[in-house]
Design a protein around this ligand. Structure first.
Ligand code: SF4
Length: 371
């Protein structure tokens, strides 16, 4: 638990009502606690259109909501408009982290916070951005002052939120609360700095998919299959190995039924011990739950001649643009795919499963393309 100190007179104008722009729960915990212990009631303003993909944004927001609710604090949910954010940083995409792009990013988010503060009777606002040692204090102060200057009577509270023991308390609260372990600053350009191992990547992706609604999964699945249908390899293939989807994968049943009716032959994997074998799909009525995970599998015979199959559509936990694939960790596909030397391999996934780079080792089979 943090402690009270006598710095309340630092608050500009001595107000006890402060709008706190919040970037994420890990950066906010110690600041919110310090404020409440020192008689200040922060209203939390969550405005982070920089975060990509939207599932990452939703997970970070969910963590903030959880923490604010546990303390009985009001949280204002600003819009997520990543397109508008991209316009703001246009031309600065290749700037390094802590460079000119970050200053524009701070200006946009703090301008939104300042506008809200001004319109809702606050005289002081500040930001949790400053609690991260990966961000530049001088840039945050510059952006905060500039944003405040647009609205008469508003002050940006420039307190350095890394000092006074708050950095240490920040780490303690992250552990105590078990906050989601975000691995990069937020935008797509900062994702390259992420260096997760396989376990961390799988955990992160599982959490991102957990915030997708069934409608979002259906929409993104439909978009994947539209792209697949335009693909020449798919159009030319008559025999295709695909998978029957689980709830957290790009949905396949409607696609399989549609193209079976159009004359293509599909095959599905079936788990036998530690291996995948291949069986012919003959209609959903012939599927039965598999032994290990309950995934529907054909109940027919194993297909031994895999030569007719010219396309394999492969699910995964994550893919990168080089075609590297991160599976679920059991190596099923890495053992099956070498048995299909004639087939091109197509990885399919939701947007949040596409990473700048995927941790791989020598056993991981690369995809020929990712859709
Ligand atoms: S690295 Fe972070 S602060 Fe910089 S532009 Fe990206 S999200 Fe904004």
């Amino acid at each position: 638990m943090g402690s009270r100190d006598n710095t309340q007179d630092e608050v500009p104008g001595g107000t006890t009502r402060v709008l706190l722009h919040t970037c994420c729960a890990p950066c906010s915990g110690a600041i919110i606690e310090w404020m409440t212990l020192n008689g200040i009631t922060p209203v939390i303003y969550y405005c982070n259109p920089n975060i990509y993909p939207i599932e990452e944004y939703l997970v970070r927001k969910e963590e903030c909501n959880r923490y604010a609710s546990s303390l009985g604090l009001e949280i204002i949910d600003a819009d997520y408009d990543h397109t508008a954010w991209m316009c703001c940083i246009k031309g600065l995409e290749n700037e390094p982290e802590r460079g000119a792009r970050c200053l524009e990013c701070f200006r946009m988010r703090l301008l939104n916070a300042a506008r809200y503060a001004s319109e809702h009777g606050f005289t002081v606002f500040t930001s949790t951005l400053d609690s991260s040692r990966w961000k530049r204090h001088d840039q945050i102060v510059e952006a905060g002052r500039w944003a405040a200057a647009q609205f008469p009577g508003l002050t940006f509270w420039e307190r350095n939120w890394r000092q006074g023991g708050l950095q240490e308390r920040r780490s303690q609260i992250i552990r105590e609360q078990g906050f989601y372990n975000q691995r990069y600053c937020g935008c797509e350009f900062s994702m390259n700095a992420m260096c997760d191992d396989k376990k961390q990547s799988r955990q992160r992706i599982r959490r991102l998919i957990s915030v997708m609604t069934p409608e979002q999964k259906a929409t993104q699945s439909a978009a994947v299959w539209e792209r697949m249908e335009r693909n020449e390899t798919f159009r030319n293939a008559t025999d295709i190995l695909i998978y029957w989807s689980m709830e957290d994968e790009v949905q396949t049943p409607a696609f399989i039924r549609k193209w079976t009716a159009a004359g293509k032959s599909f095959y599905l994997p079936s788990i036998q011990g530690d291996e995948l074998i291949v069986k012919r799909y003959t209609g959903s009525g012939s599927l039965k739950p598999g032994e290990q995970f309950g995934i529907p599998e054909p109940d027919g015979e194993q297909v031994n001649d895999l030569n007719p199959i010219t396309l394999v559509i492969v699910p995964g936990r994550a893919f990168d643009s080089m075609g590297h694939r991160l599976g679920r960790g059991r190596g099923f596909y890495d053992r099956l795919l070498p048995q299909l030397p004639r087939a091109l391999k197509a990885g399919v996934c939701f947007d949040c499963q596409k990473l700048p780079s995927v941790p791989v080792d020598g056993n991981d089979i690369k995809m020929d393309f990712v859709i």
